[in-house]
Design a protein around this ligand. Structure first.
Ligand code: UDX
Length: 436
């Protein structure tokens, strides 16, 4: 099928690459000219496992192209995905200005019946508003074609996005248009063979599924983080608690890993946005509200643990991305922890991250007493304490004895619990984890 994707951010790019790989003809549109140039040359602007290979393969096969030309993209597509960013405003609401601009731009170039698909995470009720906006634009422009709207939220996880796209737990299609649902069913027919459930519903339900899923997962993480805090006080071990809880099929072991708090481009933004939407309908989402507060507290608690143990000195920071296998540092707990400690003006920071150093250098560009290192051992050299904030796999194989010999102090803050406490203590280091 001929499709275009408006917005080559994380979701837009991965979805475009995967649809192209399924044999569709995909045109990706973005207003950022340098990004388009980079992509057309086969260079992926973000770090995501397998993305660059898919990009090069599908450019070579002429199944995907990148352009600033919205007109050509819309005119040559039956299905148009909107995947632009919906960043968080100061009050927690989603900013939809780029989203609505994309819809208005698309309307100008409608030259046949089309289907517009919302891939961006948008507040509940947006698809209905889009429907009205498109109708009024088509009347204003005197365009006599049908443009139907579908909500098709995306559940990709960074670092696993291609695998998630190829193996979705479910596909959600929300629309009142039979024609639009048929077009999307045709596009997603590749999943028929693997029996992936396709849930067809109305647009408000589809939009709510996305927010409710993310808010639930954020709640699960926050729940285990609070239990971890309790374990620290009582002497229980949260890892054993989480494992035993997870063995209950009703609970499941997924998203029960305690840590420094959730981050990233989705959970922090989406939890706030659903609370904002609920407020407009006079509904108090008190659980999600306290999850948001508790997650902030969890990040602060990590900084306090450091302050209580190390009053001043050099801290080796291992990992600043919000999770492993990505260079994304958006809302990463590492940023809050470093910021909180930096404000004390008593610490120097030696930082290493396998992929996120370029992003980190941009974020911390005005900071002093902060240095960047090529590997974990260099960062740890002469430090008073080590803070493991992201659970990159390469940190799991670090030689603890070698770390101890090269550092000045003796404390390892393992906020992701990647090392067994006993192993670290056997090597003469003080171990401070999360809930262990
Ligand atoms: C999430 C959703 O999983 C995905 O479905 C949605 O489309 C986008 O948001 P992502 O943000 O890429 O994906 O990462 P995810 O793996 O969900 O982790 C989010 C945050 O939670 C990370 O900071 C991670 O470290 C943290 N986390 C996750 C925990 O602290 N403990 C866990 O058990 C799981």
């Amino acid at each position: 099928m001929k499709i275009s994707i408006i917005g080559t951010g994380y979701v837009g790019l991965i979805v475009g690459l995967c649809f192209a790989d399924f044999g569709n003809d995909v045109i990706c549109v973005d207003s950022d000219k340098s990004k388009i140039k980079l992509l057309n040359e086969g260079n992926c602007p973000l770090y995501e496992m397998g993305a660059e290979e898919l990009l090069r393969k599908n450019l070579y096969n002429k199944k995907i192209s990148f352009t600033n030309d919205m007109k050509a993209a819309v005119e040559n597509s039956e299905i148009i995905f909107i995947a632009v960013g919906t960043p968080e405003e100061d009050d927690g609401d989603a900013n939809l200005s780029s989203f609505y601009k994309a819809i208005i731009d698309v309307c100008q170039y409608v030259n046949s019946n089309k289907v517009v698909v919302n891939k961006s995470t948008v507040p509940i009720g947006t698809a209905k508003a889009v429907r009205k906006l498109i109708d009024s634009e088509l009347i204003r422009l005197k365009i006599d074609y049908k443009v139907d709207v579908v909500s098709n939220p995306e559940f990709l996880r960074e670092g696993r996005a291609i695998n998630d796209f190829l193996n979705p737990d479910r596909i959600i299609l929300g629309s009142d248009s039979k024609r639009a649902i048929e077009a999307l069913m045709n596009l997603y027919k590749v999943y028929k063979r693997s029996n992936k459930p396709i849930i067809i519903t109305d647009s408000e339900t589809a939009e709510t599924i996305k927010y409710a899923s993310n808010a639930f997962l954020a709640t699960k993480i926050t729940f285990i983080n609070e239990i971890a805090e309790l374990c620290e006080k009582t002497g229980a071990n949260v890892l054993e608690v989480a494992k035993a809880m997870g063995q209950d099929g009703r609970i499941s072991p997924k998203f029960l890993h305690p840590g420094p708090g959730y981050g990233g481009s989705c959970f922090p933004k989406d939890t706030k946005a659903i609370v904002k939407t609920a407020e407009k309908f006079d509904v108090d989402l008190s659980i999600i509200n306290s999850v948001i507060r508790s997650n902030e507290r969890q990040k602060r608690r990590c900084a306090v643990k450091v302050k209580n143990e190390i009053t001043e000195g050099t801290l080796a920071i291992l990992g600043i991305s919000f999770k492993p296998d990505t260079d994304d540092i958006r809302e990463s707990p590492a940023l809050s922890i470093i910021d909180e400690l930096y404000a004390e003006q008593k610490y120097c920071f030696k930082i290493y991250d396998p992929q996120a150093m370029a992003e980190g250098k941009r974020y911390f560009k005005d900071y002093i007493n902060l240095s960047w290192h090529d590997n974990a051992y260099d960062a740890v050299q002469d430090s008073d304490a080590i803070l493991i904030i992201t659970e990159w796999n390469e940190f799991r194989s670090l030689d603890i004895e070698k770390l101890r010999l090269s550092m000045r102090g003796k404390t390892l803050f393992d906020f992701r619990n990647i090392f067994p406490k006993d192993d670290v203590e056997k090597n003469g280091l003080l171990y401070i984890g999360t809930g262990v």
